[in-house]
Design a protein around this ligand. Structure first.
Ligand SMILES: *Cc1c(COP(=O)(O)O)cnc(C)c1O
Ligand SMILES: [Zn+2]
Length: 424
């Protein structure tokens, strides 16, 4: 299909002519109808309104050569630059350089859960601003630079705001981020400390997101790159690095099962995209894997649809302590359903008390203090094993996507000194 010319009316400040250099990224393609568009700050198909994603000229040098190039790269996501929409010299530019976080062999937790096939926790609390969002933002920064944006912006459930603030500061861009007014203190402080504009909106995340979408068509939003709106196709690609790292850290092997938390569903869909790429490139053996999605009961539009056997995701009004996952109208919800069903996985949810128990379970068994999203993932893993849906004899990876220090309120009421004694 012919590549269409994109008229640059989406708020970009780019006056340059000629194609942008985003390395192996060749075009944007519509996930629904496959139509291709020139690389630009656009996110919806002009023909069918489907979401756009990055299409690549993937390396043709063969898997062994590519593995060698990756191994020789830096200990961050830029080691996978040949598979990402970033220029070849990306590692020399000012960026927060996230990634290559620990893959922890979780034998104690495996024993507690009855998993015999091997269990690992991919611990993304080790990123620069202590959540997986640094991965997606680092890629969006490169797209913002390529399109000439001067302000980096986003609608955020908390972690994204901090990641954007930090990345913009390092890259020398202005930042202006929008959050629901009632977020956890740890998230608000993290978002504000980097010195950009931080705006609390009196509504939930879905209200914040709608507000940002309106800003993009408005003169006020001129020159602004919203990482998860008009830069969303690039942003999403950052999540692929989680899958690349997991497979590389397992010795270029696919895990049998992966459990992934769902907010908008972007991370889960891009992990699947990355696993498909690795199979296509011959980097891993082509064998089946199952993808499981995890939600909080108080915001479970995707698991509700999965369990009801529906293809459409009905929006919900979120009410959960897992605020980083509190998206009631998840953009990638239907694709998550497809992936869970296609791979033989499932989508499940746990309630607030189970989230807190699971945070403590992970901390007690593995010394990892997860934020509420990590509690959701561990809690759902436990529930799926008890239900016989997740096979304990298969190798399993679960994601911890954020740091417990940012959501202290969740566990504070039920933790404290085990004793208080006089000083003699
Ligand atoms: C944003 C976020 C997610 C999930 O994000 P998606 O929108 O589904 O890509 C998971 N965990 C944490 C801690 C997050 O901040
Ligand atoms: Zn389309």
């Amino acid at each position: 299909m012919a590549v269409q010319t994109v008229h640059n009316n989406a708020g970009s400040a780019d006056n340059s002519s000629g194609p942008v250099d985003l390395g192996p990224a060749a075009a944007l393609s519509c996930r629904e109808c496959g139509e291709r568009f020139e690389l630009g700050p656009i996110f919806a198909c002009a023909s069918c309104f489907g979401p756009l994603e990055v299409a690549y000229n993937l390396p043709t040098s063969g898997p062994e050569d590519l593995k060698k190039r990756i191994a020789a790269g830096p200990n961050n996501i830029w080691r996978y630059a040949p598979l990402l929409p970033v220029p070849a010299d990306v590692a020399s530019k000012p960026n927060i350089n996230p990634g290559f976080t620990k893959l922890v062999k979780a034998d104690n937790l495996a024993r507690e859960l009855g998993i015999t096939g091997g269990l690992h926790v991919k611990d993304d609390s080790g990123n620069p601003t202590h959540s997986f969002k640094d991965r997606v933002v680092a890629i969006a920064v490169e797209a913002a630079r390529a399109f000439g944006f001067t302000t980096l912006s986003c609608s955020s459930t908390g972690n994204l705001a901090g990641a954007v603030g930090a990345a913009a500061a390092r890259a020398g861009l202005r930042s202006c981020v929008f959050i629901p007014h009632d977020l956890e203190q740890g998230k608000v402080v993290m978002a504000a400390v980097y010195g950009g504009e931080l705006v609390g909106i009196e509504g939930n995340y879905d209200d914040v997101n709608r507000f940002c979408s309106e800003l993009i068509g408005d003169p006020l939003g001129e020159g602004w790159g919203f990482v998860n709106v008009n830069l969303r196709p690039y942003y999403g690609e950052g999540s692929k690095t989680l899958a690349y790292e997991i497979c590389e850290q397992l010795g270029w092997e696919l895990p049998d099962q992966i459990v992934i938390p769902i907010a908008s569903g972007s991370q889960l869909t891009k992990i699947d995209k990355a696993l498909q790429e690795l199979i296509k490139l011959g980097m891993v053996e082509d064998k089946p894997y199952k993808i499981f999605g995890a939600q909080a009961e108080g915001c479970s539009p995707v698991s509700t649809a999965f369990k009801a056997g529906l293809d459409v995701v009905r929006p919900q009004k979120p009410d959960t302590i897992a605020k980083s996952l509190a998206i009631g109208n998840p953009a990638d919800g239907p694709y998550v359903l497809d992936i869970a069903r296609r791979t033989g996985g499932a989508v499940e949810d746990v309630n607030d008390a189970q989230i807190v128990d699971a945070i403590k379970l992970l901390a007690r068994t593995e010394g990892i203090f997860a934020e509420t999203a990590g509690g959701v993932t561990v809690g759902v893993t436990k529930k799926l094993i008890e239900a016989g849906t997740l096979d304990p004899t298969l190798s399993t990876v679960i994601l911890n996507t954020g740091d417990g220090l940012k959501t202290l309120d969740a566990v504070a009421p039920t933790t404290g000194p085990t004793a208080t004694i006089p000083p003699s």
